[in-house]
Design a protein around this ligand. Sequence first.
Ligand code: NAD
Length: 267
Amino acid sequence: MTIKEYVAKRKRELKEEVSHFSTPIKMVIVQVNDDPASDTYIRGKIRDSEEVGIQAELIKLPVTTTQLELSTLIKRLNQDSSVHGFIIQMPLPKGIDEEYIKTLVSPAKDIDGFHPLSKFSPCTPLGIINYLKEENIVLDGRNAVVIGRSNIVGKPMARLLMKENMNVTVLHSHTFEDDLQFYVAHADLIVIAIGHKYFLNHSFSYKKDAVLVDVGINRVDGVTYGDIEPEQNVRLQTPVPGGVGLLTRLTLLCNLTEAYKNAFFHH
Ligand code: NAD
């Protein structure tokens, strides 16, 4: 099943599930920037929510907002029982400490999975794992290579793959070229998230039945490219666009639905 088909199917299932909820399910998106890329992501998140019957409210604050004002809003959202989950859209203005802000979001409502004690996994890595399982890709005991070590993708991806009993190698900007070639050639699964157009290309050799997951989003002259050149000779390669981005968006809705059910169960 393509990622598009899988996401469409999961959205239909979520819509059905949510339609049986006895009270409205709601998320809030807090934006404190004038960043056009953020605007696009937020529009997508709101559209997805509406599609499955989830309320999504955008709270847009001026870029002059102080850390104290933002903290006060977060505390209010933590306590508002009509809000089941919320996200703080990054980036935040200079003068607001992003890492500190992430720790203020209640772990029970942290549907982005950014709090160290969050009840949820970050959306991109979790979405990837769920899709690979749907495709019956065997993970247990196999070699995974994660290229990139960011807090939102690379690191949590490596952690989730270890949980699936994979042998995980994390490569990054200080990896030597020879080692990169070696690990890529021995990988059963490669997840790349570095933001470098066609970093993996036909100059590499891969296992014939390797699975390549492309997280990269590189916009050049209005066109979006992945971190992997299309049509590598492998078992499965996820496309960009129309690939991991869709899984990320889907997983936010899945996490919110879980948050709703947890809240319902505990009260
Ligand atoms: P980042 O931009 O914070 O960091 C880049 C990472 O890549 C670093 O860990 C660095 O060590 C590594 N890196 C840089 N150059 C490298 C090189 N030459 N060789 C090996 N490693 C190298 O990472 P991020 O926030 O995870 O974003 C990475 C890419 O993924 C970006 O293109 C971003 O737009 C995209 N992204 C996509 C989604 C999605 O849903 N599809 C979600 C998040 C990020």
